[in-house]
Ligand binder design. Structure first.
Ligand SMILES: [Fe+2]
Length: 201
């Protein structure tokens, strides 16, 4: 997948065998255990904001209509997340309503929407579909619900996420891979403490 720091033409040169859609966007999908994993290209050259034009929406519509279950991945947050400065580089306002309408129309078959870009764990529901973002493996953003111009970031602990998928069920773990401090290890000792009353009976 590509994000706002990537160049589509360069990507295709370096990864010539990577699947693309009929228009050359890095849109592709694969079916795993009956679920269509759909990977979107939300990039436009020379802007950090997300774009998902009519041609890409047509492709996504075809993917959604052609499957029974789907899970969507894209770089940009396709919705504003309530952070005015960050929302300036979300999916651009003109592309939001048609994208949302497309998701809403197929919400019953979409298990999750996963995205990055925001450098923070943000979770919610959009057009009837649950969504989650991920922290950054580099610098983190600090949510500021009032700032309208400047992105606020800090070198806080990086992380990535591991998504466990079981059919339509989703479990997301945030892995603090850079932690090098102490780790306390404890046994559960179920038989010792979990059922004292039962043991006493
Ligand atoms: Fe980004």
């Amino acid at each position: 997948m590509i994000g706002n720091h990537d160049n589509r033409a360069a990507f295709r040169t370096v990864f010539p065998d990577h699947p693309v859609d009929g228009n050359g966007y890095i849109n592709h999908g694969e079916t795993i255990d009956g679920v269509r994993f759909i990977y979107l290209d939300s990039v436009k050259e020379r802007t950090h904001a997300g774009h998902f034009c009519a041609a890409r929406r047509d492709w996504l519509q075809g993917e959604l209509e052609g499957c029974t279950r789907a899970r969507i991945f894209l770089h940009h947050n396709p919705m504003p997340v309530g952070l005015p400065a960050e929302d300036r580089i979300a999916l651009v306002p003109e592309d939001r309503p048609p994208f949302k309408a497309l998701i809403e129309a197929h919400a019953a078959r979409i298990d999750y929407i996963h995205f990055g870009h925001v450098h923070a764990p943000i979770h919610g529901c959009f057009a009837g579909v649950q969504f989650a973002s991920v922290p950054s493996t580099g610098n983190q953003s600090i949510p500021d619900l009032n700032e309208t111009e400047l992105l606020q970031g800090a070198p806080m602990a990086p992380a990535y996420c591991v998504v466990l998928i079981d059919g339509q069920d989703t479990t997301i773990h945030q892995i603090p891979f850079a932690w090098d401090g102490p780790v306390m290890t404890a046994g559960t000792g179920w038989e010792d403490w979990a059922k004292p009353t039962e043991a006493a009976e």
